[in-house]
Design a protein around this ligand. Structure first.
Ligand SMILES: *Cc1c(COP(=O)(O)O)cnc(C)c1O
Length: 429
């Protein structure tokens, strides 16, 4: 099973769903002596960073930065709008909805979970029923995860806004875009999202350590009516900073800001629509390969309906412990690290070893994805895991603009048309 010679010497590829691959330019931007935090280049960079973050989030309203991970952004966002004893509704599609809800429990909220299982998107009718049943409008916010990174489901965030409108419910719509921002199409203002949280280490291509909360005027009014918000989480000084330290309530994450500046430049140079389109084509190449493998074996994508799949991450299952065997083989023999199955089976349950995930978020291109797929193909063969043939051809056809998945050339127009198709569950209907 181990092959000789070992083929892992060369540049490794971390294909897990965050932290994602860091661009050389981001690494180089961070490789510098400590900058002055009182005046000069770094201080002057801040207004542009805030404006460009909002451009990626597709909002013209407010943004606040926190030195912390995605969990910090969850707590920051909730702390500004939810007081102890208040109610939130959490439609959960995998693991991260439960995480967001658990953060709300931690700050004293009453959390109502709507469980949609591990392989399905949110059911808007069920959300509508829960909102309609809340006649006294006790629910203050709906906490909705755009892309659940464990199941790889893409949820219809605009649809949740539609349901809030249809039921005349005043709850805030809070979206977790930690996995999706800079990968899957997200339109904060157009979709009527009041609060959005994200991190820097997935689609934004910066090492873990910063996270962001975006919010609109409605959310700001709710914040202003809060009895108390702890100083550190308070988004008001951070979003209206008049001095550099106020953006961070203390010392700035100096090197992260240089990395972030470069990452934002890369995203805007490519164009956010093109970034989404690139993720779309690469994801469809992966799905075409997975379909082909699955036709002659037990490999299955966790989300059956392509219109409900994220283009940033793909959750897969094999049999027995084949998921773990495959991950170990491609890492040890080829230098490719795949993601563990997360949230699909409990820790300690042997069933966990059937699952694995592919991260394809951020700084990924065609040759990386073909290398990823070719490596998996080699692993399946080397380990004797049954699989269908033709996966690499199918993926290459998608990348070449062939008809493998029923779509024509991957021009951004075509992809935008697909992304705007009202039958696609995550894209706005
Ligand atoms: C990664 C992730 C989180 C958690 O972020 P951390 O930085 O690990 O705290 C939360 N939600 C989603 C959807 C994620 O992908």
């Amino acid at each position: 099973m181990t092959r000789t010679p070992n083929l892992s010497h060369g540049r490794g590829y971390l294909a897990i769903p965050g932290p994602s691959v860091m661009p050389e330019a981001v690494l180089q931007a961070m490789h510098r002596p400590a900058p002055n935090i009182y005046a000069g280049e770094l201080v002057d960079m801040m207004p542009g960073i805030m404006a460009d973050l909002k451009r990626v989030a597709r909002t013209k309203h407010y943004a606040a930065i926190y030195i912390g991970n995605g969990h910090a952004a969850w707590e920051a966002a909730l702390s500004n709008v939810i007081a102890p004893g208040e109610h939130v509704l959490v439609p959960a599609t995998g693991r991260f909805g439960h995480g967001f809800g658990d953060m709300a429990t931690g700050i004293g909220a009453q959390v109502q979970i709507l469980e949609f299982g591990k392989s399905s998107p949110m059911d808007l009718d069920v959300i509508a029923a829960a909102l309609a049943a809340d006649e006294d409008h006790k629910i203050k916010a709906v906490l909705a995860v755009h892309v659940d990174t464990s199941s790889s489901v893409l949820n219809d965030i605009k649809g949740v806004r539609g349901v809030l409108e249809a039921t005349g419910h005043p709850a805030l719509l809070m979206a977790d875009c930690i996995a999706s921002l800079g990968c899957d199409r997200f339109e904060m203002d157009d979709w009527g999202v009041d609060v959005m949280v994200t991190g820097c280490q997935k689609g934004l291509m910066v090492p873990p350590g910063c996270s962001f909360v975006f919010f609109n005027e409605r959310a700001q009014k709710v914040r202003e009516a809060m009895p108390r918000v702890s100083r550190y989480w308070d988004w008001i000084p951070r979003s209206t900073a008049t001095e550099f330290w106020m953006y961070f309530n203390g010392t700035a994450p100096t090197h992260h800001l240089y990395g972030l500046r470069t990452a934002l430049d890369m995203i805007h140079d490519e164009g956010i629509e093109n970034v989404w389109a690139r993720h779309g084509v690469l994801a469809r190449a992966i799905w075409a390969a997975c379909d082909a493998w699955g036709a002659g074996g037990d490999l299955r994508m966790n989300i059956a309906d392509p219109s409900c799949r994220s283009t940033a991450v793909t959750s897969l299952r094999l049999n027995g412990n084949d998921g773990t065997r495959l991950r170990n083989w491609v890492e040890q023999e080829l230098g490719l690290t795949l993601g563990i199955g997360l949230g699909m089976a409990e820790v300690g349950d042997p069933a966990r070893d059937a699952f694995f995930r592919l991260g394809h978020m951020g700084h990924v291109n065609g040759q990386m994805i073909m290398g990823l797929l070719g490596s998996i193909q080699a692993g399946l063969s080397a380990l004797g895991i049954a699989h269908g043939r033709g996966a690499l051809d199918a993926a290459a056809d998608v990348i070449a603009g062939g008809e493998a998945d029923g779509l024509s050339a991957p021009s951004s127009d075509t992809v935008d048309a697909v992304m705007n198709d009202p039958t696609c569950c995550g894209h706005g209907q």
